[in-house]
Design a binder for this molecule. Structure first.
Ligand code: ADP
Ligand code: ADP
Length: 232
């Protein structure tokens, strides 16, 4: 479903050239929960930005269902990006808007009718276990609840893929487990492929089917979680 072929990403600035990704080749299958794990600076966020079409690789291609992202025009990329949901470490919610308004926001952008926006947002709020909090503001919610709003918002346009950027890194262990359980249920019940990046091995061990370990812009090891984390 997502194929990374010969990916290189070089940043150039005053400080010089920096190879954030040196050579990445990988295929992620539909229905998988795939994790990228590695220390800070390994290139995980860069890879995520390439997968959601925010940036293009310096060399190589990102293919989404056989479409090469960098060959699409702006309008087509925008359309592809609507089939990708994203959640973040610091939630990225709109602080002056309620839970319901936050979840409706991507539907507004997609020009969905008001009635349908309401219906869809309420359905998603139920799904993530926030019924009763529709009119709360993010500041009134716990960290776990904020991330549930982020997840509901990410699902608003029925994405095929959900990208998670350190989504549990700001949460305590128990809340992390609850959010991971929710992601697992979304993967299973809504058939959403999940790609996550994290520096926490436990997150990978708990929900990923396959994992790639990254270091200094390359994948140093990849395979099933059992294989990669089995130490002889
Ligand atoms: P990770 O997500 O694994 O922490 P990143 O993908 O954020 O790693 O970063 C990989 C490397 O690329 C880092 O050394 C970072 O400083 C560098 N980098 C990321 N984005 C840019 C940018 N826009 N310009 C210059 N260097 C960047
Ligand atoms: P809207 O665009 O719907 O008015 P905003 O996103 O502008 O809502 O929210 C108001 C401001 O709150 C923004 O400038 C946002 O950056 C800021 N903000 C960001 N993070 C936090 C936070 N953790 N707590 C409170 N406000 C925050």
């Amino acid at each position: 479903m997502i194929t990374l072929k010969g990916i290189k990403k070089t940043y150039e600035n005053k400080a010089g050239r920096f190879e954030a990704l040196k050579e990445v080749n990988l295929a992620i299958q539909k229905g998988e929960i795939f994790g990228f794990v590695g220390y800070s600076g390994a290139g995980k966020s860069t890879l995520l930005r390439l997968i959601n079409g925010l940036e293009h690789p310096t060399e190589g291609t990102v293919e989404l269902d056989d479409k090469v992202l960098s060959e699409l025009d702006k309008k087509a990329i925008r359309k592809e990006r609507q089939s990708i949901g994203m959640i973040f470490q610091h939630f990225n919610l709109l602080w002056s808007r309620t839970v319901l308004e936050n979840v409706m926001f991507p539907l507004e952008i997609a020009k969905v009718s008001k009635t349908e926006r309401n219906r869809k947002a309420n359905e998603l709020i139920q799904l993530v276990g926030l019924a009763g909090k529709e009119n709360s503001y993010p500041a009134q919610l716990s960290g776990g609840e904020k991330q549930r709003v982020g997840i509901a918002r990410a699902l608003a346009n029925d994405p095929k893929v959900l990208l998670s950027d350190e989504a549990t890194s700001a949460l305590d262990p128990q809340t992390t487990d609850e959010v991971l359980d929710l992601l697992e249920r979304i993967n299973r019940e809504l058939d959403v492929t999940i790609i996550l990046i994290t520096h926490e091995m436990e997150v990978v061990r708990k929900i990923c089917h396959r994992v790639a370990v990254m270091d200094s812009g390359v994948i140093v090891e990849a395979g099933s979680v059992l294989d990669v984390f089995r130490h002889p």
